[in-house]
Design a binder for this molecule. Structure first.
Ligand SMILES: Cc1cc2nc3c(=O)[nH]c(=O)nc-3n(C[C@H](O)[C@H](O)[C@H](O)COP(=O)(O)OP(=O)(O)OC[C@H]3O[C@@H](n4cnc5c(N)ncnc54)[C@H](O)[C@@H]3O)c2cc1C
Length: 379
């Protein structure tokens, strides 16, 4: 892999790997058990400039390549999926500003996201519009130099902890998805508050919840791009961030495989390590095949993005689908390798399986990804 990166990027990956092993891995069990948002880990990522990676240098970021960002997400996810999600969502929530925002808007919000002082959120999903995101009901009505928002977003990562919330709302009822616009709503805006916080199966340290808008007036200059461009901005964002979820899945799978392989060398049954049984070796080999194949798909899409390819959406969907399905398979098998111990919370593989599940769901379910792939294939 090293040949794919410049030497300073490789140094960054090595630094993150050490940081993950020494500072993040020891916190992963407690983050999962308490379900509390890990502010200390967020600070650590901010101090190490990891949250600055997705942002251009002109706005205080590191301007890292997509491939490097994907590799860093992978390293973090090997030990703690919640931690890797901090970087994924910093990019997800801020990308609409980078893609569609004016220079003045970027100057207003990006530097403090790059420094990690602020967190970002991306608010598209509503109770009645998940996969069918275009069916959203949240309204934004122009009144003088303000837009007034009313509605509810749910299942939003970083709800209540993000300062910069990218929110999608309907500005023209008589249009289809071309009536949707994108806005930034800052934390503390009157009429904007956190609703229900979800109790989840995995990524338990990540805060997922509702964002409620009740006559929430925001300055008209918080509109990103033009009215009616919101849906296009959302889809362009997700095309670019899905590889990050795929990288997260690869990291989870690798973390589970490493643990299972190590365990199999030590666990003795019938007078020898269980790793000496060919039946188990084949399981481990299949886990490795799945993980490595997924990794290559992820790196490929990262390289396509770095080369400025326009038509990478299909690869992005393929990588996300394959890697997340692989993560479920590999984490499930890792539990099997550990037998009853794998089922216990004393070992990390059951957490990894719970964390892996969401990678098949968020940023577009794998059924929706297959629709995207088939559409590209059949056009
Ligand atoms: C932990 C977590 C964090 C999230 N974070 C965010 C976030 O930060 N921002 C945000 O906006 N959203 C977020 N989401 C929402 C997520 O993107 C949606 O849950 C997802 O897009 C699916 O929508 P849904 O849950 O409403 O399921 P539904 O759309 O109701 O789908 C239910 C099932 O039907 C299938 N299905 C739907 N339509 C079709 C079809 N046409 N063909 C075949 N199958 C179909 C789906 O694949 C799924 O299996 C998050 C979700 C979770 C679980």
């Amino acid at each position: 892999m090293a040949a794919r990166l410049a030497s300073e990027e490789q140094m960054l990956i090595d630094m993150v790997r050490d940081l993950a092993r020494e500072k993040i891995a020891p916190r992963a069990t407690a983050v999962d058990a308490t379900g509390e948002f890990p502010w200390d880990i967020k600070e650590l990522l901010a101090q190490q400039d990891i949250l600055a990676m997705p942002f251009p240098e002109a706005y205080g970021g590191l301007g890292s390549s997509e491939l490097t960002i994907l590799m860093v997400i992978e390293e973090l996810a090997k030990v703690c999926t919640t931690t890797s999600l901090l970087l994924c969502v910093q990019q997800l929530g801020a990308l609409p500003i980078l893609l569609a925002g004016a220079d003045e808007q970027k100057r207003r919000w990006i530097p403090r996201l790059a420094s990690g002082e602020w967190l970002a959120a991306f608010a598209l999903t509503e109770p009645d519009s998940g996969s069918d995101a275009g069916a959203m009901r949240t309204r934004a009505v122009r009144e003088g130099d303000h837009y007034v928002l009313n509605g509810l977003k749910h299942f939003i990562t970083n709800a209540g902890v993000a300062h910069v919330n990218t929110v999608f709302a309907v500005t023209a009822l008589d249009q289809d998805v071309r009536g949707i616009s994108a806005f930034v709503v800052e934390d503390g805006t009157p009429g904007f508050h956190l609703g229900k916080v979800e109790n989840k199966m995995g990524i338990r340290g990540s805060q997922t919840g509702e964002l409620v808008f009740e006559d929430c007036a925001i300055p008209a200059e918080n509109l990103l791009g033009h009215e009616g461009e919101g849906f296009k901005i959302a889809l362009a964002t997700l095309d670019r961030t899905r590889p990050g979820i795929a990288a997260q899945a690869v990291g989870i799978a690798q973390g589970a495989l490493d643990f299972a392989a190590q365990y199999a060398k030590q666990r003795v049954q019938f007078g020898k390590p269980i790793a000496e049984n060919q039946g188990l070796q084949f399981m481990l080999a299949d886990m490795d095949i799945q993980t490595e194949a997924a990794r290559q798909l992820v790196y490929h899409v990262g390289e396509l993005m770095d080369q400025g390819a326009q038509d990478f959406g299909r690869y992005s969907a393929i990588a996300k689908t394959f890697a997340s399905d692989a993560a479920i398979q590999v984490t499930n098998d890792a539990i099997q390798v550990l037998g009853g111990y794998g089922y216990m919370k004393e070992f990390p593989v059951e957490r990894m399986m719970r964390d892996a599940k969401v990678t098949q769901i968020y940023e577009g379910t794998n059924q929706i990804q297959r629709m995207v792939i088939a559409r590209a294939l059949l056009k």
